[in-house]
Design a protein around this ligand. Structure first.
Ligand SMILES: [Zn+2]
Length: 298
């Protein structure tokens, strides 16, 4: 599943390719994936320019121009929101650029023939570029939203986010003070902290030497500080490495996400802990595969 660093990587790559482009056509192939009818998407999107690609947690936010005329913008739609969820992928192709990101994919196979059987929607740009949204399991979505709807969605679903000015030790502690969950479950909860998923939660808990099953109220202030620092450190390193990708995914420049070589515990159950050399354990917490060191993590 793409996490914050992977979505941030797609955001950066897409920004370079589609910002200032005008949308020439839109096709919705799976009604379940779209918030509105295909006709509504066409009416709202065609003729408008892409002004910015931003992100909140794992939600991609495409800001649209105010429209070619008043009729187009009658509903006050200003944003196209894209969430990749479990298996979403975005692939952009034009004569010069190829951007691919999200769920692990083999670019050679999956970009040769598009749209393919997993393509749920695509946009065509004024330069002939195509942006495809593929999603094998159909948990992802495309949503048209007004400013008010976007603000409400963020307010309801997204807590403070690592590496932003609002993510301070104080806001982190305050967010966690609202829960009695196990720390692993709390860090996965996007409403408390936005953007952390299974891979990075296992990594930050190892880095901070905290057992994933510890209940949040049992975690001491000095441990919370370590955890806060570990989150910032690992997310920054993962973004710098263009995220973690498995399988044979490569992006537009033939690069794969490099963070997998920095993984200390995730996916390494039974292997030696890089610090104490005892075997790492794998268990299930909050319904998710969880990796930790029973010696280093207290
Ligand atoms: Zn260890």
């Amino acid at each position: 599943m793409p996490e914050l660093p992977e979505v941030e990587t797609i955001r950066r790559d897409l920004t370079a390719s589609i910002v200032k482009r005008q949308i020439a056509a839109v096709e919705i192939l799976s009604p379940k994936t779209a918030s509105h009818s295909a006709a509504f998407f066409k009416r709202e999107l065609v003729g408008r320019k892409i002004m910015a690609v931003s992100r909140r947690g794992k939600l991609l936010i495409i800001t649209l121009s105010s429209g070619k005329d008043e009729v187009v913008n009658s509903e006050g739609i200003n944003y196209l929101l894209i969430h990749l969820k479990m298996t979403g992928q975005l692939i952009y192709l034009d004569k010069k650029n190829r951007v691919a990101g999200g769920h692990s994919l083999n670019t050679k196979v999956e970009t040769e023939k598009l749209p393919n059987s997993h393509t749920r929607a695509y946009l065509v740009m004024d330069n002939g570029g195509h942006l495809y949204f593929n999603d094998m399991r159909k948990f992802g979505y495309l949503k048209l939203a007004t400013k008010k709807e976007l603000d409400a969605l963020i307010e309801k679903n997204y807590g403070p986010e690592p590496l932003t000015p609002e993510f301070t030790l104080e806001t982190f502690k305050k967010a966690l003070s609202r829960t009695n969950l196990k720390i692993k479950a709390a860090l996965l909860n996007q409403k408390l902290i936005a953007g952390l998923g299974n891979i990075y939660v296992d990594e930050v808990l190892w880095e901070a030497r905290i057992r994933p099953e510890r209940l949040v109220p049992s975690i001491r202030p000095e441990e919370l500080k370590k955890l806060f620092l570990a989150i910032n450190k690992i997310i920054a390193l993962a973004i710098e490495s263009r995220g973690t990708t498995f399988s044979n995914y490569v992006d537009s420049q033939g690069r794969s996400g490099n963070f997998s070589k920095f993984l200390k515990v995730y996916g390494r159950g039974g292997e030696k802990c890089p610090k104490c050399h005892n075997p790492l354990q794998k268990t299930k917490i909050a319904g998710r595969g969880t990796h930790y060191c029973p010696i280093c993590q207290k």
